[in-house]
Design a protein around this ligand. Structure first.
Ligand code: 5CA
Length: 437
C-alpha cells in the first residue's frame, strides 16, 4: 500500500477529548473518527487492526469447535418479552419502533435470538453439544461512554452460545471456551487473567472475566502475585480431552474482580496479593436453563424425556481489544503493535521521493515484501524525513525499512525494529531476509 494513495489522517497534537493513552493514540494515528458519543467510524488503519483481531478470535473459536453464524443487529422485542428481559434490561437497551408500531431493539447481546434459532432446528440429544458464535456489532446505551472504543455504545463483540444436554456437558463447553480464550489473548501478545466474576444482567452462577492489567483499567481487580509471571504462551489444548484438571489448576490461583473479592475471606496473604486495575476483554457465563426454559428450547434425551438445554455464553470485546492492546504496548512515540495484529508488517520509508535511485529501490522492496506476504506500507509521500519517521513510529508497525540516497550509494538501507528502537545498516538483501525471515 502506498501512503500517497491511502487515508491516514495523523495528528501531531494530543486531542483534548482523550483521557487515556489508547484513545489518544487511536485518534492521533488516524484509526477512528467519532461520529456521536461512543460511536465510531473505523478508518483504514484502524479497520485493518480490527479485522486482524477478529480473525484470531475466529480461528481460536473454530479450533475449539464453535460454529460461526451471523445474527442481525436489530431484534424483535417479543423474544425478549418471552425471556422476561425486555423490561429488566432498562435504559441500556436502545428501543426502536418500526413503521408498523412494532417494538424492535438494537441487540445488546444475543441469548434470546440464538435460543430461538436453536429451538427451531434442534430437537434431540443428537443435536448437542453445539456451540454457535458470531462477530457482530452490539449497542448498549451506556450511561458514560468513554475512553474511545474501550467503553463505546456501539461496539464489536464475539459472542458464542453453547447448548448441552446436561450440566457435565455444559461444564465441558465452558472449559473449552475458557482454554480458547487463554490462547486467543496470548496470540495477541496479551496476558489475560481469568478472574471469578459477577454475572450481572446475563445471569447464571459460574462466570469468569478475562482481565488484562493496566493502570487505565476501569475496575479494580485482585490476584495472587503468581499470576504476574505466569507464562501460558503457546499452550496446546486437546479440546476433546477432559479439561477440568487444567481448569482447576489455573483457577486454583486466586484472581477475582471487585464484585467477587471479599477482603475478609481472601485466601491469599496480604503480601502475596496484588491489587491493580484491569480491562475486561472477555467474559464467559454458565447459566443452565435460564433462557432455554422460558423460551422452550427443549431436547429429547435418549430415553425420550424432554429437557431444557443447558446453556452458556461467551463474549470477547473485539473492538475494545484494539484499545486494550495499545494500553499494553506503546511508548512515548506511539503504538507498538505485536506482529499478529499489526495493520501492516513493514513500513517502508523513502527518504527522498523523486530521486530515481530511491524510488526504484523502494518499488523493488515493496514488490518483494508483498510477494513474501509481509504487507508493506510504503511512505512515498513528498514529506520531510522527520515527519515520516514520526508518523511511522506513531502507527507502530513492527519493522521500518529506511531507504535514502546516501545509504544506497554504499549499497545499504537501514532497518529499525519498532519495539526496541534497535537500528542497523544492512544490504538490501540482508534487510529483506531479516524482515521476511
Ligand atoms: N452475552 C454475554 C456473553 S456473549 C455478554 O454480553 N457478555 S458481556 O456483557 O460481558 O460482554 C462481552 C464483552 O464485550 C466484555 O467482556 C467486553 O470486553 C465487551 N464489552 C462490553 N461492553 C462494552 C462496551 N460498552 N464497549 C466495548 N466493549 C464492551
Amino acid at each position: 500500500m502506498r501512503l500517497s494513495r491511502y487515508f491516514l489522517p495523523t495528528l501531531k497534537e494530543n486531542p483534548s477529548e482523550a483521557q487515556i493513552v489508547s484513545h489518544r493514540l487511536m485518534l492521533r494515528a488516524g484509526m477512528i473518527k467519532q461520529q456521536a458519543a461512543g460511536i465510531y467510524s473505523w478508518l483504514p488503519l484502524g479497520f485493518r487492526v480490527l479485522k486482524k483481531i477478529e480473525q484470531i478470535v475466529r480461528e481460536e473459536q473454530d479450533r475449539a469447535g464453535a460454529v460461526e453464524v451471523l445474527m442481525p443487529t436489530i431484534q424483535s422485542a417479543d423474544l425478549w418479552r418471552e425471556s422476561g428481559r425486555y423490561d429488566d434490561y432498562g435504559q441500556e437497551m436502545l428501543r426502536i419502533t418500526d413503521r408498523h408500531e412494532r417494538d424492535m431493539l438494537f441487540g445488546p447481546t444475543n441469548e434470546e435470538v440464538i435460543t430461538d434459532i436453536f429451538r427451531n432446528g434442534a430437537k434431540s440429544y443428537r443435536n448437542v453439544p453445539l456451540n454457535m458464535y458470531h462477530i457482530q456489532w452490539k449497542f448498549r446505551d451506556e450511561v458514560r461512554p468513554r475512553f474511545g472504543v474501550m467503553r463505546g455504545r456501539e461496539f464489536l463483540m464475539k459472542d458464542a452460545y453453547s447448548f448441552d444436554l446436561d450440566v457435565a456437558g455444559a461444564k465441558h463447553s465452558y472449559n473449552k471456551m475458557f482454554m480458547a480464550y487463554l490462547r486467543t489473548f496470548d496470540r495477541m501478545g496479551l496476558q489475560a487473567i481469568p478472574m471469578r466474576a459477577d454475572t450481572g444482567p446475563i445471569g447464571g452462577d459460574l462466570s469468569h472475566e478475562f482481565i488484562i492489567l493496566a493502570d487505565t483499567g476501569e475496575s479494580e481487580v485482585f490476584c495472587d502475585k503468581r499470576w504476574l509471571d505466569m507464562d501460558l504462551s503457546g499452550q496446546a489444548v486437546d479440546y476433546d480431552s477432559d479439561l477440568e484438571p487444567m481448569f482447576k489448576e489455573l483457577t486454583s490461583i486466586y484472581a477475582a474482580t471487585d464484585e467477587m473479592h471479599d477482603p475478609a475471606n481472601c485466601p491469599v496473604p496480604a503480601d502475596q496479593l496484588v491489587t491493580r486495575r484491569g480491562i475486561e476483554v472477555g467474559h464467559i457465563f454458565y447459566f443452565g436453563d435460564k433462557y432455554s426454559k422460558p423460551l422452550g428450547a427443549m431436547v429429547s434425551t435418549a430415553d425420550g424425556e424432554q429437557v431444557p438445554v443447558q446453556m452458556g455464553s461467551y463474549g470477547i470485546g473485539v473492538s475494545r481489544l484494539v484499545g486494550g492492546i495499545i494500553e499494553a504496548s506503546h511508548d512515548d512515540a506511539g503504538i507498538i503493535w505485536p506482529e499478529s495484529v499489526a495493520p501492516f508488517h513493514t513500513g517502508l520509508i523513502n527518504l527522498r521521493t523523486g530521486d530515481a535511485d530511491c524510488d526504484a529501490a523502494c518499488a523493488d522492496l515493496e514488490a518483494k515484501l508483498t510477494a513474501a506476504g509481509k504487507e508493506p506500507l510504503y511512505d512515498d509521500r513528498e514529506e520531510r524525513a522527520g515527519a515520516k519517521f514520526a508518523d511511522m513510529d506513531l502507527i507502530g508497525l513492527p519493522w521500518q525499512l529506511i531507504v535514502g540516497p546516501r545509504g544506497l550509494k554504499n549499497g545499504v538501507v537501514e532497518l529499525k525494529r519498532r519495539a526496541t528502537g534497535e537500528r542497523e545498516e544492512l544490504s538490501v538483501e540482508s534487510a529483506l531476509a531479516k524482515v521476511t525471515g
